[in-house]
Design a protein around this ligand. Structure first.
Ligand code: CP
Length: 325
């Protein structure tokens, strides 16, 4: 069993709602604990009893493959139980509110609520309404902090550090919670962030916040150490932001010809799900520079880390409240 107490003593948060508000020290603690837990579980495959007796509830009001399953596995790998809630087939169809649903699940004795919802700010609402720890698994286009963390961990594992790397986020920035969590996390860790995509999907405001904005992938590609290729989120768009998917792919898809213009050791990332042939071609997605499936494994590692650290802070908080009662 790894001794993680020195990390837990330096961690104070009971909720993980975003990366924008996290310091570089906090992100480093999350990544260090994730690395230790990945190693201790032999690549996130073996079970430990670090959190046995605790329960994690997944409250997902939007579809998910990676996040939902890896939160479940992360909890189980650390010995915790899980409750799986999906809005379809639940009593939300009878008019129960989001907060009442969450309070109902919490009353079954859960220690963490992991929530995904289409409305930005819903995890913050639950953090105010519930007594347990709350983790944001994606709130509309706002943030997806554990996705940001697993992306940072994957880059750090390959490059040793994030400091000074040039990382481009390419595609549908306007609708991407993954982009926002990456942007804040990468900036905090000292990377140079390029936000690249069609003008209809990249706000010029990012420049005012100190980020490099680009509209032509071919112009920035030779400088990039990492490309994170974001899916076009047709389901969140009210009008098509470019004339055709074929035109988008011609300008922004990472393909074999573009790989020849890239640095020799470029890392190709994508949060998934990927649309083959739109933001990435199959030979790149499945090629030697792609770390897309490593990102998935690291998702379990960072979620184990977040569950462990929040739980340790929560235990301290409850003990302090008991002592002062
Ligand atoms: N990257 C991500 O959030 O994937 P899922 O929607 O499958 O959880």
């Amino acid at each position: 069993m790894p001794d993680l107490t020195s990390y837990a003593e330096r961690w104070d948060r009971r909720h993980l709602l975003d990366l924008e508000s996290l310091s570089a020290d906090e992100i480093t603690i999350l990544l260090d604990v994730a690395s230790r837990l990945k190693e201790a579980t032999e690549g996130c495959r073996r079970k430990l009893s670090l959190l046995s007796g605790k329960t994690c509830a997944n409250l997902f009001f939007e579809n998910s493959t990676r996040t939902r399953n890896s939160f479940s596995l992360a909890a189980k790998r650390l010995g915790a139980d899980t409750v799986e809630f999906g809005s379809s087939g639940s009593s939300t169809a009878k008019g129960e509110t989001f907060a009442d649903t969450a309070k109902t699940i919490e009353a079954m004795g859960v220690d963490w609520v992991v929530t995904r919802h289409g409305t930005p700010g819903t995890p913050n609402l639950l953090a105010r309404e519930l007594g347990c720890c709350v983790l944001n698994a994606g709130d509309g286009p706002h943030e997806h902090p554990t996705q940001g963390l697993l992306d940072l961990l994957t880059i750090r594992q390959h490059r040793g550090s994030l400091e000074g790397l040039t990382v481009a986020l390419v595609g549908d920035i306007a609708h991407s919670r993954t982009a926002r969590s990456n942007i804040w996390g990468l900036k905090r860790m000292g990377a140079h962030v390029i936000i690249c995509g069609p003008p209809t999907l990249v706000s010029p405001r990012w420049q005012e916040l100190g980020f490099e904005v680009a509209h032509h992938l071919d112009e920035i590609l030779p400088r990039c150490d990492v490309l994170n290729l974001l899916r076009i989120q047709f389901e969140r768009q009210h009008a098509r932001p470019f004339p055709s998917v074929r035109e988008y792919a011609a300008l922004y898809a990472m393909n074999a010809a573009r790989m020849r213009q890239a640095k020799e050791n470029i890392l190709i990332m994508a949060p998934g799900p990927i649309n083959r042939g739109v933001e990435i071609t199959p030979e790149v997605a499945d090629g030697p520079h792609s770390v897309i499936l490593e990102q998935v494994t690291n998702g379990i590692a960072v979620r184990m880390s977040a569950l462990y650290l929040l739980s340790a802070a929560d235990d301290r908080y409850r003990n302090a409240n008991k002592a002062s009662a």
